[in-house]
Design a protein around this ligand. Structure first.
Ligand SMILES: [Zn+2]
Length: 121
């Protein structure tokens, strides 16, 4: 059960989909997350979080076809989850808005951390 959970989170560069199929999608999308634009070739860490997203979720009957598959970084994939959207553009807007919220939280924490650093010196 623990392994099953782990597999769910660690999808790596080729989640569930055979690697050669995933590579076709990655190449078509120039190894860039189709939601946030993360460049999978920029550095190895980026490469490691590239996944394949079913635009129409697989869990909701989305086909495993090139026209339903896009390159997607793991964070965007987690944000999107199994939600169903009218179009890819709707999905993208949802993901980007959500990322923006996470970014604000990140900024706040960076500031707070810097501030506490200054105080302790
Ligand atoms: Zn992304």
């Amino acid at each position: 059960m623990a392994i099953k959970t782990l597999k769910k989170f660690f999808t790596g560069p080729a989640p569930r989909i055979p690697r050669n199929e995933a590579m076709k999608v990655f190449k078509r999308d120039h190894f860039q997350c189709q939601y946030c634009g993360l460049d999978g070739l920029y550095q190895f860490t980026n490469w490691m979080i590239l996944t394949i997203d079913h635009v129409h979720p697989h869990a909701r009957g989305g086909a495993r076809r090139m026209d339903n598959l896009v390159t997607c970084c793991q964070p965007c994939n987690v944000i999107k989850g199994k939600r169903l959207f009218k179009s890819f553009e709707d999905a993208k807007q949802f993901v980007l808005k959500n990322r923006q919220e996470w970014y604000h939280l990140y900024e706040q924490q960076v500031k707070a951390h810097q501030h506490s650093g200054t105080v302790s010196h």
